[in-house]
Write a protein that binds this ligand. Sequence first.
Ligand code: GCO
Ligand code: MG
Length: 402
Amino acid sequence: MKITDAKVIVTCPGRNFVTLKVYTNEGIYGLGDATLNGREKSVVSYLEDHCIPALIGKDPDNIEDIWHYFYKGAYWKRGPVTMTAVSAIDMALWDIKAKKLNTPLFNLLGGKSRDRVLVYAHASGKEMNETVERTGKLIDEGYQAVRVQSGIPGVSHAYGVTREEKRYEPAGKGIPFEEQWNTSRYLQYIPELFEKLRATFGNEIHLLHDVHHRCSPMEAARLAKELEPSHLFWLEDPVSAELQESLRLIRMHSTTPIAIGEVFNTVYDFTTLVTEQLIDYIRMPLVHGGGITHLLKAAAFASFYHVRTGFHGATDLSPVNMAAALHFDLAVNNFGIQEYMVHENVVNEVFRINYHFEKGYLYIDNTPGIGVDIDEGKAAKYPYSMASLPVSRKEDGTMFYW
Ligand code: GCO
Ligand code: MG
């Protein structure tokens, strides 16, 4: 089998998605998600200018070798742009192999360890009461795990809360919107919010929270400690984790489970976190973490340290990534939970999806390969439109983490 061509499809059904399509001489093609929120065109260039010319002519069956060709073979390795491109190639090759063998992808990853995937939804509101009400709505819809974010009195822009009267979507049109932040008000409000959520909904529902890199290690330790009575499923990204050792401080003070890694690209971003058991869930997704080939190894490594997967699954990850993640989630023993931020309906005009939600879980059908397809005619109706993630400043103007 030979790779004859590959192309990159950029489309914006409400938000930008980049999809790699790899063609073979046997008529089978594979799809890979190559979306990097707010940096879409950099990945397009990396794929078109550097990867696709070298991909043509290779045997798509040799996934391991091709992965190392684009990873080890590149002098300028790692980083989000490079690794998103490597991920897309890898995902497309696994799609091709599974289609060639006429079997759903999970069968090539060891088969099913479970028949459904526990997911968590997003609830948020302008302040505590609205947030509690919206959490209740999701519980009524059948979700068994909910990530809860809330607007905070006196903080003009809390992470995860919509600025307009529509569903939360982190990227905004044009250059980055500047948000304003106040950590001390946040630290005061969040433990009260979770106390109220537990008092309202009891102990059955899994509750999660994303700090979104906004605390220093000691602030995060305080928050994790104060949240202990609310028994969170996890506290996500308590600090910005360029400094892996900083997570030691949180562990020293609290038993709240920690999830981290949606911005990581390789296992080298979290070796200390795993070997010292400083985290409980690793969030690096297929689309940014080197695809299925690298994540299989990273998940296996994590499993020896009791760390489970909890893949990033926001709307900026396309349905191709979501389906590939579900195959992975079904297969690996140390699966923990899958984030599920529902795409707008218009996204499903462009992508034909093969998964559905029922009573807290996602199910995927037995379509060979990853199982998602793209309608290129429909994709062309929605041209690329520049969008960026916000930036964040403290009230006195100091640049801060978003
Ligand atoms: C999450 C995330 C997202 C990211 C977004 C960036 O946990 O879902 O933190 O909201 O900010 O995906 O592109
Ligand atoms: Mg997050």
